[in-house]
Design a protein around this ligand. Structure first.
Ligand SMILES: O=C(O)CCC(=O)C(=O)O
Length: 337
């Protein structure tokens, strides 16, 4: 590969060797069926207890769900997608000004997942941004496209509100005080990954992102409406989550699995690629503050069920997560009592 990123505008005719997965790890695309019963939860209905129940059921059995009537304006969503496409369409020299393979950087364009550590690369470029507090980070963000900062800041604020609302509903669904999750997570960080998956010459041999769980608390994913690629692992089978108009996909991250004492799941998910069209997704991650002590509320352990995980700080967890290869065992396994 002679450039550091894939989004150069050049179409590859064969997959470079460093992206080819061993036979046993390939996505087997022809065997994937659609996830027919993805919970689609309408946050706009008046019956809060119904929403709480639906969320609790989805978190228990799937670890993910979709939301509609979520309060993020269609205009903010459209502008976010448009500016993301505009960014990845910039000349490669312009984008490379932001290139870094150092995961600790607060703004960076990168590729694959963790290029310095991984053995096989993934067919993805991504722009990773720290987003909270906005006044601290926005000055570092790309100034090309010129509208980027304004559009993305506005999107981040709206998505953060949705994230808080969901955390309250999730707490209620666990039978604990509505603010209890937010209180444990402290002043939450917010990160964004704008993922761009170029058309891939041999999608059967590689991934955009291999199976992983998210290390944070909650992920709010905006999927490309026109190109599918997200898959989740349910009962040992990978299923496609096709884009739903005006919906966000919500994944519980590892921290909510830990806080729920393992009652809720942080779902394994992955992104596959296709040979025809580029695909875009925008993942917004709400992350506990570094010194948040992650340990299940006593209400979830006082009935005699032992705490499944030892207490840890988010900083400790995050360091461990990034020191591993993405698709290894669930990182939470390393924190079990
Ligand atoms: O592109 C997708 O659908 C998934 C993205 C994702 O899992 C991530 O950014 O962590």
């Amino acid at each position: 590969m002679d450039t550091k990123v894939l989004s150069t505008g050049v179409r590859y005719t064969s997959l470079p060797q460093s992206y080819i997965r061993p036979e046993s790890e390939r996505p087997r695309l022809s065997e994937i069926s659609d996830c027919e019963d993805v919970p689609i939860i309408d946050l706009g209905i008046a019956d809060r207890s119904k929403i709480v129940k639906q969320i609790g059921d989805a978190c228990k059995s799937f670890g993910f769900f979709q939301v509609i009537n979520h309060g993020v304006s269609p205009e903010a969503v459209k502008k976010m997608l448009d500016v993301a496409i505009e960014f990845f369409s910039l000349p490669v020299e312009e984008k490379l000004k932001l290139y870094s393979d150092d995961p600790s950087k607060t703004v960076r364009l990168s590729t694959s997942f963790n290029v310095k550590k991984e053995k096989v690369h993934n067919w993805r470029d991504y722009l990773r941004l720290h987003c909270y507090p906005l006044d601290k980070y926005v000055p570092e963000w790309p100034s090309n496209p010129p509208t980027f900062k304004e559009i993305v800041s506005n999107y981040c604020m709206e998505v953060r509100e949705l994230g808080y609302r969901l955390q309250e509903l999730i707490a209620e669904s666990l039978g604990v005080e509505k603010d209890s999750i937010k209180n444990i997570l402290g002043e939450q960080g917010q990160h964004m990954a704008v993922n761009y998956y170029p058309p891939c010459p041999e999608p059967e041999l590689t991934y955009g992102l291999p199976g992983h769980t998210d290390p944070n608390a909650l992920t709010i994913l905006l999927q490309d409406l026109h190109v599918a690629g997200l898959q989740v692992l349910i009962d040992g089978k990978w299923l496609a989550v096709n884009p739903h108009p005006n919906a966000f996909v919500i994944n519980l991250g590892d921290q909510l699995q830990a806080l729920s004492n393992g009652i809720y799941r942080s779902v394994w998910h992955r992104a596959t690629v296709n040979s025809e069209k580029p695909r875009l997704s925008v993942a917004s991650f709400l992350c506990p503050c570094d010194d948040a002590l992650i340990s299940a509320p006593t209400a979830l352990t006082e009935d005699g069920s032992a705490a499944v995980y030892r207490g840890f700080t988010y900083a400790e967890y995050y360091k461990k997560f990034w020191s591993r290869d993405l698709e290894k065992e669930h990182c939470l396994e390393l924190f079990k009592n």
